[in-house]
Design a protein around this ligand. Structure first.
Ligand code: P6P
Length: 345
């Protein structure tokens, strides 16, 4: 069967009135920027792009208080440059920048807001493990000419589109705009993304979970109970053995779940609470786009206490607990948290 390119797919979706021309063009621009990030990432040590950003012993620290990798900065700049002149955006927001960046005055502005984590999992870059870009697209509120932080603070249900690109053995784009979740694989010879899976479905049940077990002693009681039951295997209350995977790149873990099922957890824990935080992962440009993608594939995404896409944001870089993947497992873990909260009164 003739391969379907991303552009052809987007034109088909425009004809189906699933997406408009401006959003379709914006997605193409983001996808093209991610191809450039793939080139930079794939150079590895040969590209002089590994290691920490900053000069000498003065590391470059981002708004999260994290030392930036050179590729964090490069990826962020590629996305900003690619989206400055297109005319589809009012502003961009990034994990790497404290405040939103408006579109420069010399370029026309559009009606969309783009949020991204330019290179998620960057701690894995120097050890050549898959990393990725995560993005989310919102509508800029009508009448807003200078988009500010408060204009980005919309719930996940308001997203017009969301996606990620995983830079792994293959460069793969996964995308949703509310009509299913679809996968495109980069044909490096042609330089275009080609549809490789249409309307992906996350299996309802799973026997594979993803969590950073080194935090186990810090978890809340319901999380200890839930994971303890998985570890008890077929002789335990779940009556079956479970496998565990943890890449420490959310895009890689989520892509595995979309490909063969599974459930991912980054729960609230005592270590996170001690820092005055409300979670590890960021709501606006990690949890929300991944939740949209997973729900459109028939899975579930929650904090253990509420649906992620329903959260009304209060800050651009706010963090949330994340349970996502197999709907059945997200429900079991969430039920244990509701029971514990109820018992606590
Ligand atoms: P930990 C990467 O830094 C990230 O934001 C996600 O991609 C990943 O799932 C998580 O943090 C890994 O966290 O505590 O295991 O290093």
């Amino acid at each position: 069967m003739k391969p379907v390119s991303l552009i052809q797919f987007l034109i088909e979706e425009r004809r189906a009135n699933h997406i408009n021309a401006e959003l379709s063009l914006l997605i193409e621009v983001v996808a093209r920027a991610c191809k450039r990030i793939a080139v930079a990432t794939n150079k590895g040590a040969l590209g002089g792009v590994l290691g920490m950003a900053g000069d000498g012993d003065a590391l470059s620290i981002n708004v999260q208080g994290e030392a930036q990798k050179k590729l964090d900065v490069i990826s962020n700049e590629i996305l900003l440059e690619a989206n400055a002149w297109g005319g589809q955006l009012a502003a961009c927001a990034s994990e790497e920048m404290e405040d939103p960046q408006p579109i420069p005055d010399m370029y026309p502005k559009g009606n969309h807001l783009l949020l991204f984590d330019p290179l998620d999992g960057s701690s894995n870059i120097d050890v050549n493990v898959s990393v990725g870009t995560i993005f989310s697209i919102l509508r800029c509120p009508d009448g807003v000419t200078e988009a500010k932080t408060e204009h980005f603070l919309q719930p996940g249900t308001a997203q017009l589109a969301a996606g990620y690109v995983v830079y792994g053995p293959a460069t793969v784009l996964v995308l949703t705009f509310g009509h299913g979740t679809h996968e495109f694989t980069l044909d490096r010879e042609v330089g275009s993304f080609v549809l490789s899976r249409r309307a992906i479905k996350v299996p309802e049940e799973t026997a594979e979970f993803a969590i950073n077990m080194s935090n186990q002693r810090h978890w809340e009681a319901p999380m200890q109970r839930y994971i303890g039951e998985l570890l008890a295997g077929k002789d335990g209350p779940r009556g079956k053995d479970f496998n565990m995977r943890w890449v420490a790149s959310m895009v890689a873990d989520v892509h595995r779940i979309l490909t063969r099922g599974g459930v991912f957890f980054y729960p609230l824990d005592a270590k996170i609470k001690a820092k005055g935080e409300t979670g590890k992962l960021r709501l606006m440009y990690e949890a929300n786009p991944m939740a949209f993608i997973i729900e459109q594939a028939g899975g579930a995404a929650a904090t253990g206490r509420e649906r992620i896409l329903d959260i009304m944001p209060t800050a651009l870089h706010q963090r949330v607990p994340v349970f996502l993947g197999s709907a059945a497992e997200v429900e079991v873990a969430s039920r244990y948290h509701r029971q514990a909260d109820g018992a606590a009164g």
